[in-house]
Structures are given as structure tokens and as C-alpha cells.
Design a protein around this ligand. Structure first.
Ligand SMILES: [Zn+2]
Length: 215
């Protein structure tokens, strides 16, 4: 009987082919995204964790960010920053097939281009649309504000509620840098805060937009 059970358990593993859709992917979870809006360059999809007020706050935050990104001063700030860890490692498409880590290290100008061209794998490449698939996690607390996996951005509800629309939008652009494929050197936030200078593209772009929030 034991042999029989393990046989049944193993069949799906052997049957898994490259074409199977990753369970964390947008493709697999697309029914979770029940609403969408377009705000300037942003095409936003929401899960039902967002009520109407949450969507409005997100929209207003992104309107602000869209204006910021339109300014020439934004480009000059992005290209002046110093970046580390500038290889693309985990750019994904909707099925969550990650591209291999690039040998190429992107310079500041190229990082800016990837960002404004919307070089994500979630729509057409370089369509100048920033695709955001957003979710809120009621249980996420502490230092981690949110995370991105397979192109899906999940943020802590407490963080969302306790911070301004601009701060949320700045957090989203940090997470979008992950969608583009840029990563932190160390994945565990605790190690990161001890050992890493926070100067990879997600941190730098997030920091830059935070500094532009009107006081
Ligand atoms: Zn991050």
C-alpha cells in the first residue's frame, strides 16, 4: 500500500514539464486580479484585498509618481546615482519563467531606460507601460514592507494604511525594479541590513522617489 501511495504522489512530479504553469505566477493566479486601472504610464491590476478607497489611494500615489517620472530632473537624478548589483537575474513573464542571470551589468543610463520603457516581461517589452499586479497582505508586519514574486507585488496592509500615498508609490517603484529583474545581494532582510550597502537599483530608485515626496 505504501508503495502504491508513493507511486501516486510521484506521478505529478514526473509529469511536470517545462510548460506547466508556476503556481505563484500571474497566469495561474489571474482570477485573483479582479480590477484594473490605467494611471498615466501605469497599468495596475488589483486583487480584491483593495476596496474602493484603497484603489483611490493607489491611483493618487501613482498620479504623483507619474508626474515625478515625467520630469527631466528625475532622469538626471537616476543617472547620477551609483548602483551595485546591476545584473538582471529574475525578470519573469506571466507564467513565471525567469530569464537567466545576465552577464551584463547595467549602467545608470540603461537602468533609466529599462524603467521608463517598461521593460518588464508582463506586457510587450518596451511598451512604455509599467505593469503592476498588486496585492495586500493583512498579516505582513515588521521591517519587511512587501515582496515581489513572479511579477506579483504583495505589500503589508499595515504599511499601506499607515503611510502616505507617495510613500506607497515609492515602495511600488522599488518592487517594480524587482519585476524588471534587479535583486538584492542578500535575500534575507535581516542579513541585508547588517552586511549590505543598500545601493542596488531597487533601493536606489525607491530612495530617490522617497526624497522627492513633498513635505
Ligand atoms: Zn526589495
Amino acid at each position: 500500500m505504501k508503495v502504491f501511495i508513493s507511486f501516486i504522489v510521484l506521478i505529478p512530479l514526473f509529469g511536470m514539464s517545462q510548460d506547466n504553469i508556476n503556481k505563484n505566477s500571474i497566469e495561474f493566479n489571474k482570477s485573483l486580479y479582479t480590477d484594473s486601472i490605467t494611471v498615466g504610464r501605469f497599468h495596475v491590476r488589483f486583487t480584491d484585498q483593495f476596496d474602493d478607497a484603497d484603489k483611490m489611494k493607489t491611483k493618487n500615489g501613482l498620479l504623483w509618481l507619474d508626474e515625478v517620472m515625467d520630469k527631466d530632473s528625475f532622469k538626471s537624478k537616476v543617472v547620477k546615482m551609483r548602483y551595485k548589483n546591476t545584473r538582471i537575474k529574475n525578470k519573469v513573464n506571466k507564467k513565471c519563467k525567469a530569464e537567466n542571470r545576465t552577464k551584463k551589468r547595467y549602467n545608470a543610463e540603461e537602468i533609466f531606460e529599462l524603467l521608463v520603457k517598461g521593460n518588464d516581461g508582463l506586457g510587450n517589452l518596451n511598451d512604455q507601460i509599467i505593469d503592476l499586479y498588486l496585492d495586500l497582505d493583512p498579516d505582513l508586519r515588521g521591517n519587511v514592507l512587501g515582496s515581489t514574486s513572479c511579477g506579483r507585488i504583495k505589500s503589508g496592509r499595515l504599511f499601506f494604511e499607515n503611510n502616505s500615498k507617495e510613500k506607497y508609490a515609492s515602495h511600488l517603484i522599488h518592487e517594480y525594479m524587482h519585476v524588471l529583474g534587479f535583486n538584492h545581494f542578500l535575500n534575507k532582510p535581516l542579513f541585508r541590513s547588517f552586511f549590505l550597502k543598500k545601493n542596488d537599483p531597487p533601493y536606489q530608485i525607491g530612495k530617490l522617489t522617497r526624497a522627492l515626496i513633498p513635505q
